[in-house]
Structures are given as structure tokens and as C-alpha cells.
Design a protein around this ligand. Sequence first.
Ligand code: 3HC
Length: 329
Amino acid sequence: MYAQMVDTGVRSVKGQAEMTTEERAFQARIDADIRIEPKDWMPEAYRRTLIRQVSQHAHSEIVGMLPEGNWVTRAPSLKRKAILMAKIQDEAGHGLYLYSAAETLGITRDQMVADLHSGKAKYSSIFNYPTLSWADIGAIGWLVDGAAIMNQIPLCRCSFGPYARAMVRICKEESFHQRQGYDIMLSLSRGTAEQKAMAQDALNRWWWPSLMMFGPPDAESVHSAQSAAWKIKILSNDELRQRFVDQTVPQADYLGITMPDPDLQWNPERNHYEFGAIDWSEFMEVLKGNGPCNRDRLATRVKAWDDGAWVRDAAMAHAAKRASRQQVA
Ligand code: 3HC
């Protein structure tokens, strides 16, 4: 599946015998849970995979503002509008923390943005789906931010210091994001029949793409083995996905809406929910750029970047002027 798509195959992990002295010393620090800081020696591959993951995480935060931004002017009340605006502003801040964390690895903001705009860098597949009703804003907070929290809590313990510390701050804000989404779903599911139907429709459209957020199955995950060895990935894609399903199904039950999965059932032996097959061909199509909103999302980001060029130029000119004044003084 994905491994075939990029024709790299699932990457194996170097054994101690294949490691250089420096790599063995580095791995010993990882194994001893000693945080790696930007100025520490690190294998080039460690630096590269962190730049890949952290920059893509940052892109996800920034692109993730677009689906919700679609509903700021159409929020059903001033209170809901204010909450949504606060959440979207938080996401922008999360993106900036993560771009800054990635910059400590030696990549520039311009390079990261160029990689996003050229399609070389990804952002989370989930943000390529449209927000068709106000209930989608509830489903995004409840499911997408809920899945993000599930994935991000372990990242607070990841081996790279700046990333782990950014995650601690981000996770505190994510819990508000998830709660406000669930509160919207609660209001709708307790509302009129039409409102409850809106909540059900949103769950039907966002449930499976939310499960895809955790990445391909472990057996297909190109990076997992090495990311786990380097304690970037503390829990696997499938482990996090399972935890998310187990946590979310009772929440849907409380809302009185039905999971769109006829195969969903509690397995008392495993103490987990069994769930149906995920359509990985849909996931692959979205990753290839053929999702419902891929082109629109990228075009919007490119236009925003171009339209903001004068602000960046003005800020740089101002900074240069101040620096030259300080030199003279
Ligand atoms: N969307 C897009 N690409 C995905 C993906 C997804 N949901 N899941 C996996 N991929 C990509 C990977 O990036 C990788 O491609 P690449 O080599 O070009 O980068 C490929 O599929 C193989 O997947 P792997 O499982 O081998 O890759 P990883 O080990 O990197 O695992 C991941 C994927 C679990 C997403 C991991 O990168 C990760 O934990 N990232 C940090 C969390 C993150 O980025 N979350 C995105 C959502 S942020 C968000 O939701 C904002 C919130 O405020 C709403």
C-alpha cells in the first residue's frame, strides 16, 4: 500500500553491529530517556525524520484552520463564533510552535513552506474533507482534535526536546478544542430531530477519515520501526487508533448517535472494540492529492502566503533598520 506507493518498503532499524561509535552513543542516550537537544550530535537520519514529521505536523495545524474557518461567519451564536475563533487562533499558534521546533533542526521556515506548496511535504489527510454543516465543526472538535490528542499525548515524551515541550503546551489547548466540539454535538443531539440528524450525518462523514489520521496499519508503516527505536513514536499507529476507538464509541453512545460501522462490537476477551475494515484506498487517494478539498486547501495556503509577502518584507525591513540603529548607537 503506502510502502509500495513510495517504493521504499517498510524501513528496518540498524542493529548495534551496523552502528558507528557515535550512533551507538546516541542510541544509548535515547534508551536512557535522555532528551536530545538541537545542539547535540544526532544521526542525519534522525534529524531528517524529525524535520519531516514536525514540519508536517506544523503544516497540519495551519491547513487545519481552513475547514473550521469556513464556519466563523456562519456560527449559530456569538458565543459559538467566539469559541470557534479562539480555537482557530490556537491552531495558528500550534503551527508556529512546531515550525520553530523544526527550525532548531536547521531547516528554514521558507523551505518548509516551499515544501508544502510544492506538494513535497504533507499535512494531515483529515483536512482534505469539506465542512458541510455546523455539525461538522462539532465533529472536528470531538473526533479530529480527540484523535490529535490521542496522538499528541505520547509525543510529549518523545526524545527530541523542542518537539516534546511544544507538545505539552499544545495538548493543554487541545483538550479545550475537543470539549467545545463535543459540546456542540451534545447540543445538536439534544435538539430537534433535524439537529440530531445533522450530528449523525457529521459522524457518518468524519468517523472513518478520523481513524485514518493515525496513519497506515503498523505493518505498512514506512517509518514506525525506526521512529519507535528513536522514541519519536512511543505508541504505534494501530495502538493509538484502537485507544481512540475504545474512548470514542461510549461518547457516541452518550450522544445517542450511531457509529457508521456495522462491524463495531465490544470484545470482552480483548477488552477492546472490534471495528470494521478501513478503506485504505481512500486514504491513498487523499495522500496522492485526490481528496475532496486537496487542491482548494493548497491553493488557499499559497494565496495566503503570497498575499502576506508585504507583511513579511515590512517586518524584515523594520528589523534591519532597528539593527542598524543599534549598531550606530
Ligand atoms: N495524513 C497524511 N499523511 C500521513 C498520514 C495522515 N493522516 N498518516 C501517515 N501519513 C504519511 C506519513 O507522513 C508518511 O509519509 P512521508 O514519508 O511522506 O512523511 C507515510 O504516510 C507513512 O506513514 P508512517 O506511519 O510510516 O509515518 P509516521 O511514522 O510519520 O506516522 C503520523 C504518521 C502518525 C501522522 C506521525 O507522522 C505523527 O504522529 N505525526 C505527528 C502528529 C500529526 O502530524 N498530526 C496531524 C494532525 S495535527 C491536528 O490534527 C491539529 C489539531 O489541532 C486538529
